[in-house]
Write a protein that binds this ligand. Structure first.
Ligand code: ZN
Length: 458
């Protein structure tokens, strides 16, 4: 009898263990199944650290990367190069966060059906980028290093974002022995991951702070004799601009006038507005986190504060972040953040729909209007409207001194004011020299390509 009872006891114990195991498994499955499916070690989903299933297209359906059987990039070499920082490569030298963050949808996984698309092609991610614009931007950049970005400031769609240098993922260069420096930062997406000295494009920030906080700023005049003394130190200007109002000083990009404006603002007020404008904040969209910039005048003298107001001193900005700031001005002081993934579809179902995240109001609509008028004047009176046929472009250039043997970084940022082409842009060319000379021809071609892409899309 005792033996039977003992056996029954063992059976019960085994049943209890089985039940416990099943409950444990189901619980783990419910909590972790999605993570198991897209576990980075899973050969079905990843290769070389990058996602390895699904299809990626541009905004028009042009296939950029087909991962249903291996990793097949676009046919055109220039398209492969222009997209490598967004799609990643076979070895994982360039990581593609925007694809990995949607790995479940690209693998064709959902909780109820499991890997329902397994063995088939998985999901299709449509990006907001335009293949033709990317190719045009790559060509326009030539051998320069730097980046260009253009987004729709009403919807947030990122139409163009190219980082140079880049490379063909089908024919990656061996950079280990390179001493020429031409591959410096090859794997870095300069648009989202880098920081640059802003130079005179930062005058947009100082201008906005002045318009928001100094009631009579537009009635004031500023004298430029080619230099301006602060204590024992001297701010130098690019010319002798004489007496100017703030609009003319902005058009002249007059360092002396902006040094005087910075003195009126003071470091606390300027810091407060830099924070309010979000100029140096990191942005997050589609699994991407942009590099934060820097504005720190806590230890600055009056002289250094003046340099900080014109984008020198220790100032740093990220190109994507600055483009978003300028796009927010274009949108009237409250705008949307950029995004990259338009949609993901799988088996005719849309499993993700992209949308630009709404930003906070960063300045009054009245201030945004005045800046728009000033930036339009820069183009019509100085840079030349005929560089942008059929578009009303508002812009500011910059020539940022970086020290050493290098030529300044050339910048141009701004937006198109026309209702049908709500595009904001940023271009930075490293070791480029004067902003206007270097950036304008690139920008002119890229904005035209964006315009054509928008016409094609209705
Ligand atoms: Zn001046």
């Amino acid at each position: 009898m005792n033996r039977v009872a003992a056996r029954a006891g063992i059976c019960l114990l085994l049943v209890a263990l089985l039940l416990f195991g099943m409950v444990f498994f189901l619980f783990e499955y419910a909590v972790n199944a999605d993570a198991w499916v897209v576990f980075p070690g899973s050969p079905h989903v990843y290769n070389g650290g990058n996602i390895g299933c699904g299809i990626v297209t541009d905004r028009d359906g042009v296939v950029l990367l087909n991962m249903s059987d291996g990793r097949i990039y676009a046919q055109a070499e220039d398209l492969r190069k222009s997209m490598v920082h967004w799609l990643g490569d076979r070895k994982g030298n360039v990581y593609a966060p925007a694809l990995s963050v949607y790995s479940e949808q690209l693998a064709g996984y959902d909780f109820l059906n499991g890997l329902y698309a397994y063995g088939r092609i998985g999901g299709t991610a449509k990006l907001t980028l335009s293949a033709t614009v990317q190719q045009e931007a790559l060509k326009a950049f030539g051998d320069y290093k730097g980046t260009i970005g253009v987004y729709n400031y009403k919807t947030g769609e990122l139409l163009c974002a190219v980082s140079t240098p880049n490379y063909d993922p089908d024919n990656p260069p061996d950079i280990s022995d390179d001493t020429t420096g031409k591959y410096d930062g090859l794997y870095v997406n300069r648009f989202t991951q880098s920081n640059y000295v802003p130079g005179s494009i930062f005058k947009i920030v100082t201008l906005a702070a002045a318009l928001e906080s100094i009631p009579d700023i537009q009635e004031q005049s500023f004298i430029c004799k080619g230099s301006y003394d602060i204590g024992k130190d001297t701010i130098t200007c690019t010319g002798k601009h004489g007496r100017q109002d703030i609009k003319q000083a902005f058009r002249n990009s007059c360092n002396c006038a902006f040094a005087q404006i910075a003195e009126q603002l003071g470091k606390d007020t300027l810091t407060l507005y830099v924070e309010q404008f979000g100029v140096v904040e990191s942005l997050s969209f589609d699994g991407i986190t942009t590099a934060a910039g820097k504005y720190d005048v806590s230890q600055a003298s009056q002289f250094s504060l003046a340099w900080s107001s014109i984008g020198q001193y220790t100032d740093l900005v990220n190109p994507c972040g600055f483009m978003t700031f300028v796009g927010t001005i274009a949108a009237g002081g409250k705008g949307v953040k950029p995004y990259l993934v338009e949609s993901i579809t799988s088996d005719n179902m849309t499993t993700h729909k992209g949308k630009g995240q709404s930003g906070d109001r960063i300045m009054s609509a009245a201030t945004a209007d005045i800046i728009r008028e000033f930036m339009a004047y820069n183009v019509s009176d100085k840079y030349g409207s005929d560089n942008f046929p059929g578009l009303t472009v508002c812009a500011k250039t910059g020539t940022a001194e970086v020290g050493g043997e290098k030529k300044p970084n050339a910048w141009m940022t701004g937006f198109v004011a026309d209702e049908e082409y709500p595009l904001a842009f940023v271009v930075v060319v490293e070791d480029g020299g004067y902003g206007r000379e270097i950036c304008m021809p690139i920008l002119s071609k890229v904005l035209e390509a964006c315009k054509q892409s928008m016409i094609k899309n209705g």
